[in-house]
Design a protein around this ligand. Structure first.
Ligand SMILES: [Zn+2]
Length: 353
């Protein structure tokens, strides 16, 4: 196992509790014994983050699922929203859960670069995961003027879209096509206010046009918390070489996703394909690094983000196995990809104090 802090740029921790009724204080193995498997076999839990030396997680705050995206028969029904007020309530419930975990001594919420440094010092003793709160799909932000309140609650990173939102055209998880269109007028206004307030912009799930529009306006703190190489996965859910290059130019980081479907287009339709870190993740990592340099490559595993063990690379049993990503990258890049690159990014982009 790695002897340095590992960083995962994207995990849906709270959503698994508030929307899907899972208990993340039980290990993934314990939960496999009690869950019905409808979400796929569990791979992520707080004890597994501790065991795996995952020091920092960008932990999502989500609106639930827009009925227009997933259909009225989506299960559980309580995960669907029709109006943005419902999305706001859901996101606030998820933040409240992270705050409860913090009070219980299970996590530390990282709001500043100073928090991050203090956390890393203490992490070597207690191995408690630090969380940077990341909103995935900005429908919960009812008005641009609410941004300061969300900042006050500890939110530091925002992705404007998942599917389409009030703020722009999105590319949801399963998309295999290219979507035209970008930011709405409200999206431009939100991005501008985010830049002023100090937020980090996560471009994952935004269309090519939307990313270009934001880049043209010179947004200062950019990353892709979870996306792979479009050159190997032909959908705009993943990043074109030009957007990869633009993120690297602005010293951003790209977190690679460990969903088999996002690593190998033929997975599942061709049952002979076994997706592995050593072969399939390596291809994406090599491609991204060729465009950006290794210092911009990180992890954004998204494990248990709508898929489970059965759809994750063969080497992964639980999130505690993230260190095995070292088998997919050159030795000289190992420490950076596993955590150092995200730490450098967060030190620069979180507010100093
Ligand atoms: Zn996502």
């Amino acid at each position: 196992m790695a002897d340095f802090p590992i960083v995962d740029g994207h995990l849906d921790l709270a959503e698994n509790v508030t929307l899907f009724g899972r208990d993340l204080t039980l290990s993934a193995h314990e939960r496999r014994a009690v869950e019905d498997g409808a979400l796929g076999s569990a791979t992520v839990s707080l004890p597994d983050l501790v065991r795996g030396g995952i020091a920092v997680v960008c932990a999502t705050v989500t609106p639930g699922f827009l009925a227009a995206d997933v259909g009225e028969d989506f299960e559980p029904r309580s995960a669907i929203y029709h109006r943005r007020e419902e999305a706001e309530a859901q996101a606030l419930a998820q933040i409240a859960l992270y705050e409860t975990w913090e009070r219980q001594g299970l996590v530390r919420i990282l709001r500043t670069a100073e928090d991050l440094e203090n956390h890393l010092g203490r992490w070597h003793q207690d191995r408690r995961p630090g969380l940077v709160l990341l909103m995935e799909g900005a429908d919960p932000i009812l008005h641009v003027r609410d941004l300061a309140d969300w900042w006050g609650r500890g939110l530091r990173m925002i992705g404007l879209t998942y599917g389409d939102t009030f703020y722009g055209r999105g590319v949801a998880g399963g998309s295999t096509t290219f979507t035209r269109g970008g930011l709405t007028p409200e999206g431009f206004a939100l991005l501008e206010a985010m830049a002023q307030q100090g937020f980090i912009w996560d471009v994952s799930h935004l269309t090519e046009d939307g990313i270009r529009e934001g880049l043209e306006r010179g947004f200062p703190r950019i990353c892709a918390s979870h996306a792979n190489a479009q050159a190997l996965m032909p959908t705009d859910r993943h990043l074109s070489d030009s957007n990869l290059g633009a993120i690297a130019e602005r010293d951003g980081v790209i977190g690679l996703v460990l969903y088999n479907r996002f690593l190998e287009p033929g997975w599942k339709s061709d049952r002979t394909i076994e997706v592995t870190l050593g072969e399939h993740l390596r291809r994406h990592a090599d491609h991204v690094a060729r465009v950006t340099g290794w210092e911009h490559v990180g992890i954004g595993s998204d494990l248990d983000g709508g898929f489970g063990l059965e759809s994750s690379p063969a080497e992964i049993d639980t999130v505690a196995d993230l260190w095995m990503i070292e088998t997919a990258v050159p030795a000289t890049a190992r420490e950076g990809v596993l955590g150092g690159n995200w730490l450098r990014f967060l030190r620069r982009t979180l507010p100093p104090q």
